[in-house]
Design a protein around this ligand. Structure first.
Ligand code: IMP
Ligand code: MG
Length: 336
């Protein structure tokens, strides 16, 4: 894997957290580092009878030997971060780049108090937009300005590039989804930064020549939270007929549900420089596939779906998630 980036191919919540957790356990990276906007992200990792919802600490925390980092480009809410560090017991192996932008309570107030952000755009209310605005205006604080983060500071890009020099594996964990990118998404119904693979590399100070693989995660039935166009959206009744109901990890808002959009998948794969794809929620295409761990045991309907997705994306589907647990996965990467 060497240096691998994982990003979302649709509107977010594609199940990146679970894919990251699986790859982390399988490929044993020395470093797992987060890119993306900030604590507006919510990653769910389900292991046995435990479910973790993380917003700041990388989802790869389940692999205990990895150093966990938050890249320079990411916004840190120190309250959320310190709470998660405590909850997950990861102190000593989790670090924040000293230049990360800080979310202060005033940013959350501005996010929630703005009708444009909270109503029109439908933001997560976590302060990310206003904090990124202050960062662009060069008035925001940085991680190194906060005594409570003193024990967690690191030059994350130096650590990552050093690890790559030593021939170790590094996993870069993207957040959000391609179509809520500030640049490429459905503006203005987007988040406050680009969300493509190049941004995840930049967030971590990794030059484009050092990236070996970009895994784009697509959901069999894409979802969207918040406002904005969604070409293949189903009515709530149709979603119910398919037995699909989802709620946001951060905001608990119901997610809008749609069907596969091959054109959008292809465009997103192109800009992300997709080398491999992951499909999540195949058990919704055929509930009989729930928990399956072998490709040959998938039904014809599921295999046909994967084949069509591969044609649309233009890259091999190497990971297929068949249920919520970290063990519910088919990993075909060695067959490449
Ligand atoms: P903000 O990033 O909180 O400003 O929200 C802007 C838009 O991006 C809203 O439509 C949010 O629902 C959406 N959004 C932000 N982060 C995520 C995410 O991690 N998953 C899904 N949607 C997100
Ligand atoms: Mg999420």
């Amino acid at each position: 894997m060497a240096c691998t980036i994982i990003v979302g191919g649709f509107f977010g919540d594609e199940g990146k957290g679970k894919i990251v957790a699986h790859i982390a356990e399988r490929d044993k990276p020395a470093i797992i580092s987060r890119g993306g906007v900030g604590p507006n992200a919510g990653h769910t990792v389900k292991m046995g009878d435990k479910t973790y919802g993380v917003r700041m600490v990388p989802s790869g925390f389940v692999y205990e030997k990895a150093l966990l980092c938050i890249g320079t480009g990411v916004l840190v809410d120190p309250r959320v971060f310190l709470h998660e560090v405590d909850l997950l017991g990861v102190k000593g192996r989790v670090f924040v780049d000293e230049r990360c932008g800080i979310i202060d309570p005033v940013h959350i107030e501005r996010d929630r108090g703005s009708a444009h952000l909270s109503k029109t755009v439908g933001s997560t209310g976590t302060g990310c937009g206003p904090a990124n605005a202050d960062r662009a205006l060069r008035v925001g604080r940085q991680a190194k300005d906060l005594p409570e983060l003193a024990g967690y500071l690191m030059d994350v890009p130096a650590e990552i590039n050093g690890s790559l020099d030593d021939g170790e594996n590094v996993l870069i964990e993207g957040t959000q989804g391609f179509y809520i990118s500030l640049y490429f998404g459905t503006y203005p119904y987007v988040t406050s930064k680009d969300t493509s693979a190049s941004q995840m590399a930049a967030d971590n100070g990794i030059g484009p020549t050092r990236i070996d693989d970009v895994i784009v995660v697509f959901k069999a039935y894409p979802t969207r939270v918040g406002a904005g166009p969604f070409s293949t959206e189903m009515t709530p009744e149709e979603a119910q007929e398919h037995g699909i109901e989802e709620f946001g990890t951060v905001t608990h808002r119901p997610r809008r549900i749609g069907t596969w959009d091959g054109e959008k998948a292809r465009y997103s794969a192109m800009i992300n420089g997709c080398t491999q794809a992951a499909i999540t929620g195949i058990d919704r295409i055929d509930p009989g596939c729930f928990g399956c761990t072998e490709y040959d045991k998938l039904s014809k309907a599921a295999k046909d779906f994967v084949k069509k997705a591969e044609e649309d994306i233009g890259a091999p589907v190497t990971l297929i998630s068949t249920g919520p647990d970290i063990s519910h996965i088919i990993d075909l990467r060695e067959d490449l």
